[in-house]
Design a protein around this ligand. Structure first.
Ligand code: FES
Length: 352
């Protein structure tokens, strides 16, 4: 699988990188080590010592230097070797590891792994996460045992909620909702609204808790390569959104390898109903969402991945349903961007 390189990927939640500690994570098949120097800005280096390729994450931090745990070479935040503890003290010119641009924004760490200049203005807007108060659920993370593209497909075809998440996030009457796609530059919105339907369990819990019919919408924003923000909620039938409640669900995917994916998620509530602003409710929403992703989505997508891997490519003819409109769009855009990356002069033209 080919990944887009010149783009921002979500590396980790900012809180994952604790002062004085090394943090290892593999992104796009590349082992990386992160740390937070005393100056505050997080550093990302290849997790591979220049001497004999030992993972630097198995060493230790000495101030703002990483000390390799194998033979003791020391590297600074730029990746330069700054100390050889052995008798000559000589530092070979090639003794350095690659460092990568990192920006801490919206409580997450964004990393640029490509060779082009990194422009922080290209980081998608996840300012819904800026609120560090109780309206945001747990900032969560899991690794899914499947390629990232199958998970984007899952998210951009929300009709699966009527089957895979029936009772929690969807139900059978919601199947009737049409799928609409809007494109603005490289950003997509995939929108479905189910009218006058029973409320899915999660939203009955957040709204009136009486099972009375609602209009229920999902509006999934996708930004390349795999950054998704879901506007989801319920309101009384025929009434404006403002009379209902819901949340902005963050779903940010970063390939770990070709067949595994980091899934970062949280939810930012709005119009929180009186009595449901408690820590207990916050935990309940966090747990329910994790259950849906970990116990319902992940086993299905993992099994789907296994079947795809066992099937000869010429037998993988897939039919399209009307609910696949968003899937078709995002795949077309990302394929164009990856193709343009092979032809640098075309890069700026794609989706502009
Ligand atoms: Fe790091 Fe030898 S492998 S110093």
């Amino acid at each position: 699988m080919e990944f887009l390189q010149n783009t921002w990927y979500f590396a980790a939640w900012g809180a994952d990188i604790e002062p004085g500690k090394l943090f290892a994570r593999t992104l796009l098949g590349k082992p990386l080590v992160f740390f937070r120097p005393s100056g505050g800005a997080v550093v990302a280096l290849d997790d591979r010592c220049a001497h004999r390729a030992a993972p630097l994450s198995m060493g230790r931090l000495d101030g703002d230097r990483v000390v390799c745990g194998y033979h003791g070479l020391e590297f600074d935040g730029s990746g330069a070797c700054v100390r050889n503890p052995h008798p000559s003290g000589r530092i070979p010119a090639a003794a350095r590891v690659r460092s990568y641009p990192v920006v801490e924004r919206h409580t997450g760490l964004w990393i640029w792994l490509g060779d082009e200049a990194a422009d922080p203005a290209l980081i998608p807007d996840f300012s819904k996460l800026d609120d560090t108060g109780p309206s945001v659920t747990r900032r969560d993370h899991m690794v899914m045992d499947a390629a990232y593209d199958l998970i984007v497909d899952n998210l951009l075809d929300c009709s699966h909620t009527s089957f895979l998440h029936e009772g929690i996030l969807g139900n059978q009457p919601m199947i009737a909702a049409p799928t609409e796609v809007r494109q603005s530059g490289r950003t997509l919105n995939v929108i479905r609204t189910a009218r006058n339907v029973p409320p899915p369990g999660m939203f009955d819990m957040l709204f009136r808790q009486d099972g009375a019919p609602v209009d229920c919408w999902t509006d999934f924003r996708w930004d390349p390569p795999s950054c998704l923000l879901l506007d989801v909620g319920v309101t009384p039938p025929g009434r404006p959104k403002e009379e209902g409640t819901g949340y902005f669900g963050t779903h940010i995917l970063t390939p770990e390898t070709e067949r595994t994916t980091h899934y970062q998620f949280a939810a930012t509530r709005w119009n929180i109903r009186a009595g449901s602003e408690t820590e207990e409710m916050r935990q309940k929403i966090s747990d329910l969402r994790r259950f849906a992703f970990e116990e319902q989505d992940e086993p299905m997508i993992r099994a789907q991945q296994r079947i795809i891997d066992l099937t000869p490519p010429h037998e993988l003819k897939r039919v399209l349903l009307e609910t696949d409109a968003g899937v078709v769009h995002w795949r077309r855009i990302i394929d164009e961007m990856i193709a343009a990356e092979r032809r640098p002069s075309e890069r700026l033209a794609v989706g502009a």
